[in-house]
Design a protein around this ligand. Structure first.
Ligand code: CMP
Length: 143
């Protein structure tokens, strides 16, 4: 079954959005198989955002994601990677339609509330960076 990595960023945690975001994915029918409130280290942030290392905003990106606790999650379900991306909306909240997480709650591209894996490869890589195998649960979910 397909899995993806989602992370409520420090702005989302500080604005009490964890519950709303989790509820959206539960109601959609996806299964939460891992979740934890944690502070991201500079090393983990650099690894997670390695593809942006050369970008001018890389320093700000690392500073922001390490600035306060995040809520890291692993969700499971059919096509969860692309469906979750649609539910998050475009990276820049000003381009994200209302009804999406970023369209409803975000204002700037830096503080855009949530991160979601953009491909099978990045989902696998990001899940492995943030979670040990023993932290992921297997259970029956009822509709
Ligand atoms: P995310 O999905 O976490 O992946 C990379 C992040 O870089 C992205 O969300 C944005 O929050 C961030 N980002 C993209 N462009 C900029 C920018 N111009 N300035 C600051 N952050 C940016």
């Amino acid at each position: 079954m397909e899995k993806t990595f989602l992370m409520v960023k420090p702005d989302g945690v500080q604005r009490n959005l964890i519950g709303d975001i989790v509820a959206r994915f539960e109601r959609k029918g996806f299964k939460l198989v891992g979740g934890k409130l944690m502070t991201v280290s500079e090393q983990l942030a650099s690894e997670h955002y390695q593809e942006h290392k050369e970008k001018p905003f890389f320093g700000e990106l690392v500073d922001f994601i390490t600035s306060g606790p995040v809520f890291a999650m692993v969700w499971e379900g059919d096509n969860v990677i692309s469906t979750a991306r649609q539910m998050l909306g475009k990276t820049n909240p000003s381009e994200a339609p209302l009804g999406t997480v970023r369209g409803d709650y975000g204002l700037t591209v830096e503080k855009n509330v949530i991160h979601g894996s953009d491909s099978k490869e990045s989902a696998q890589r990001e899940i492995g960076l943030f979670f040990g195998e023993e932290e992921l649960q297997t259970y029956e979910k009822h509709d």
